[in-house]
Design a protein around this ligand. Structure first.
Ligand SMILES: [Zn+2]
Length: 172
């Protein structure tokens, strides 16, 4: 498969290409949606694409937070359809990341309530923040679609470059 530098270059060029296509073909292009799409695309391409299923540059880019991907690495075999599925890979990573954020928030609140605020209910607060996020996503469907679309498509591009690279290697 291409190394991380090649993946980075592909991510930057395809993000620029997708933006140019959007502004050329969309009947009423909105710059804010293009910014959200590109930000999500670059973030996912740089640190949240298929190779989080092994100790990779993408994984190291999470720095001290890299531990959140350890269960994912244990559960998902490298280059399986779960991590490198063209659309499924990104969908799984979004769901996993959101679930881990909720779990971290719950854990942090649990520790906080134990030491400082015994009356605080960590589960109720986490559930409340989760519903606020869902409410925000429903209230802003275009922005949500731009973010999710950019995130998933970066994974698709990663997987397509892996498959193309392997195909060329086998063939030539
Ligand atoms: Zn890969």
């Amino acid at each position: 498969m291409p190394n991380s530098q090649t993946h980075d270059i592909i991510t930057v060029f395809t993000a620029a290409g997708a933006n140019a296509a959007y502004f050329h073909f969309a009947p009423h292009p909105q710059p804010n949606l293009a910014i959200l799409f590109t930000a999500a695309y670059l973030f996912a391409g740089y640190a949240c694409a298929g190779d989080l299923d092994l100790v990779s540059t993408e994984f190291r880019r999470w720095g001290p937070l890299r531990f959140i991907w350890l269960p994912y690495q244990k559960m998902v075999p490298h280059r399986s359809w779960i991590s490198h599925g063209l659309l499924l890979g990104g969908v799984v990573r979004i769901c996993y990341l959101l679930a881990m954020c909720a779990l971290l928030m719950w854990g942090g609140l649990k520790v906080y309530s134990y030491f400082y605020s015994p009356s605080l209910n960590p589960t109720a607060v986490t559930a409340e923040k989760w519903s606020s996020l869902v409410y925000l996503m429903k209230a802003r469907p275009l922005e949500t679609s731009a973010l999710i679309g950019g995130f998933i498509l970066a994974g698709t591009t990663h997987s397509l470059s892996d498959f193309t690279w392997s195909w060329f290697k086998r063939r030539f």
